[in-house]
Design a protein around this ligand. Structure first.
Ligand code: GLN
Length: 453
């Protein structure tokens, strides 16, 4: 099959089916077919790059030259990015074809994809339920076979939680493994790009292209690149898996707990040893995150002022009015809530009590993991407390929504890689199993995931 045929197949499916899911904000058929033609020419010349000619979708948080990059916000509804994000460029160089840009929670703030300016995304497993967020569009697109794989981003769980709720494999690499250049910033010390695919092998192929050292991102780490497909087949004999006791407490749905316990047995039958471990500061991860992430977001989102780009209000009276009305009109409620919390936490007199304290807690959370990884190779637990929930179930209660990420957020605070794979169904809805690795152990995580699949 040629890339043009394959690309046309996905474009046809999107045209026929995406009205049911709302997984794409922008579809780019003309560019996609032109890229597919170029890929076919490369293939004819013997190019053997694994992704050459393969269509993928990009989360709308990544800048794409000449194509609207909305970040799920009215603020950027008409913004055409003047350049490509480094990861977008990496995929173009590898010959991958971009089908379009996927829906997401506004500025990646959310766990259900209900905060998007472009409307909620529906979970293909059950369209009364959310797909998770913030990368819900990427997850729904892959789950509904409207793209074979998609890029995504994870600040507190936004790749792993939608992967869990949509029955996919989602990987958030180590902080610094993938360039953040051209990825619209939410909380810069936590944000990391990754992928959503149907299995670990596809994730390895996609991460091989996505990961690179980039001197345009000062937090990108100049660590040798590895071939993530190389060790997928390794035996798990002798592997030690740590099971944190704190991940099985109150709030975990009993059916999710059962599915994860079954997965532990599967790993034991594959030759892995399991042992109970403790991550004693787990209960502080959500509170620390909801100081640090809003603080960083309030600084990052100050650039949207109606002057240089983005939404501008009509007929401003003066500069203050321009700022005030452009931002009031351009941002949705959740984004405003985060900016208010963040500016409060950073204001004089509160900085030490909130922001500094949260940074100290972050250090303790990281230390928990450092100590755990002295004894175990990977850490295993649930990805999210329960399977996909219905629309509106948590929108009136921000704290209930924030607790969706109770098992994923600590990984971002520590900068560690994390992955979610499907491990069963509850009432016809997928359950996610989370695997957390040591720094730069993406290859190991993908191997452990692949052996399960
Ligand atoms: N749900 C979390 C939040 O709303 C995480 C989002 C993300 O990872 N981008 O902040």
């Amino acid at each position: 099959i040629s890339s043009v045929e394959l690309t046309q197949h996905y474009l046809d499916r999107i045209a026929a089916l995406d009205a049911n899911y709302n997984s794409y904000i922008t579809v780019t058929p003309e560019q996609a077919l032109a890229q597919a033609q170029a890929a076919d020419a490369r293939l004819a010349e013997g190019d053997s790059s694994p992704l050459c000619g393969i269509p993928i979708a990009h989360k709308d948080i990544f800048c794409t030259q000449g194509v609207r990059t909305s970040c799920g916000s009215k603020m950027l509804d008409t913004f055409i990015a003047p350049y490509d994000a480094t990861i977008v460029e990496n995929y173009l160089k590898a010959g991958a074809v971009m089908l379009g840009k996927t829906n997401m929670d506004e500025f990646a703030m959310g766990s259900s994809n209900e905060t998007s300016y472009y409307g909620p995304v529906k979970n293909p497993w059950n369209t009364n339920c959310v797909p998770g967020g913030s990368s819900g569009g990427s997850a729904a697109a892959v789950a509904a076979l409207l793209a074979p794989g998609a890029t995504a981003s994870d600040t507190g769980g936004s790749i792993r939680q939608p992967a869990a709720l949509c029955g996919l494999t989602g990987i958030k690499p180590t902080y610094g493994r993938v360039s953040r250049w051209g990825m619209i910033a939410f909380a810069s010390s936590l944000d990391q790009a990754g992928t959503l695919t149907r299995n670990a092998e596809d994730a390895a192929l996609m991460l091989n292209v996505m990961a690179s050292f980039d001197d345009k991102d000062s937090t990108c780490v100049d660590q040798p690149l590895e071939d993530y497909t190389a060790n997928l087949g390794d035996s798990l004999a002798g592997l030690t898996i740590g099971i944190p006791e704190e991940y099985f407490g109150e709030g975990l749905h009993p059916d999710t707990a059962r599915a994860v316990q079954e997965a532990i047995k599967t790993y034991e039958s594959l030759g892995a040893k399991t042992r109970s471990i403790s991550l004693p500061h787990t209960h502080l991860a959500v509170p620390a995150y909801y100081v640090i992430a809003p603080a960083e977001c309030s600084a990052n989102l100050s650039r949207f002022d109606g002057v240089r780009y983005g939404h501008r209000c009509d007929a401003p009276k003066d500069l203050a009015d321009l700022y005030k009305r452009s931002r009031s009109e351009g941002f949705g409620d959740e984004v405003k809530r985060r900016i208010l919390v963040g500016t409060y936490a950073l204001s004089a007199g509160y900085y030490d009590a909130y922001y500094n304290k949260a940074q100290q807690v972050r250090r303790l959370i990281k230390q928990d993991f450092v100590e755990a990884f002295a004894d175990v190779d990977v850490i295993l637990g649930p990805t999210s407390p329960s399977p996909a929930f219905e629309f509106g179930a948590k929108t009136q209660d921000p704290v209930a929504m924030y607790l969706e990420d109770i098992y994923t957020i600590a990984t971002n605070l520590a900068g560690l890689p994390g992955l979610s794979i499907p491990c069963g169904l509850v009432d016809g809805k997928p359950v996610g199993l989370q695997l957390i690795g040591n720094y730069f152990a993406e290859g190991k995580l993908l191997n452990v995931a692949h052996q399960f699949q």
